[in-house]
Write a protein that binds this ligand. Sequence first.
Ligand SMILES: Cc1cc2nc3c(=O)[nH]c(=O)nc-3n(C[C@H](O)[C@H](O)[C@H](O)COP(=O)(O)O)c2cc1C
Length: 260
Amino acid sequence: MAEHTQLIDAINIRTSVRAYDADPIDDDTARQLSMTLDAVNMLSDTHMQLVRDQPAIFAEANASGHLTNAANLIAVIGPKDDPQARERAGFYAERVVLTATLRGLGTLWVGGSWNRDEAAGHCRIGAGEELYLGIVIGHPRNHAAHVMKSYEELTEFQRTHRPTKTYEQFTRTMEQEERDAAPGWFKAGVEAAMKAPSAMNRQPILFTYRAADGTAAAHIDPEAGNGEALNDLGIAKLHFQIGAGQGEWAWGDGGLFIHK
Ligand SMILES: Cc1cc2nc3c(=O)[nH]c(=O)nc-3n(C[C@H](O)[C@H](O)[C@H](O)COP(=O)(O)O)c2cc1C
């Protein structure tokens, strides 16, 4: 198997995985995932948890064939009524998704294809917290063959497996001249965000390069928003940051990215 060690590699090969092998996540992998979740929870003030071997959460989606053998979940939990926490959860949970991708695991964000109440019953949710979303996690179907695939095969699949908005659509608020003058890191950031998961593949985030101060801005597109737009904003910002190489975002709709 090709060595995939960098987060940008994970972005280039990640796709949503809806069919899994029945093999459970072993204790060692679970421990490593839980350690990643603990670190991320500290950074982001969220309370994400790994829930293993609970296929009842996905009984309906598994029975209908929408999912196959979905049984494990990363429960994305954070403070109630806190829009910025939703964005942070998207950002940091996607960081866990990319780490899992590098370990050869498959993932799928879920807002609809699960039984939220059943999931909540397997989580520790504090009084001031709520269960935002879930991420199915497990071994992709035929994973022995999957791990043998070359990096090129996986990136080709990523590039072609679904429609995407174009670079021009992602930067809709910019003039062509401004696009041409934008630095390479901005283009690389947007291209990484184009590969990000988003609810119903709506890709609701717009990026702008601001030549006056050399920053980038991320906005929720008012024409493409959805119930999970804050989560998608966090995910898209993480992908952009990894694609751009170095730099940091301010939180919020309209938050600025300073490249370092
Ligand atoms: C917040 C969120 C919720 C999602 N909910 C579901 C879901 O309930 N069922 C499903 O099949 N896919 C779900 N998805 C996966 C998207 O459909 C998928 O990310 C999108 O189509 C892009 O495809 P990709 O992830 O393969 O790049 C969700 C994605 C996100 C980010």
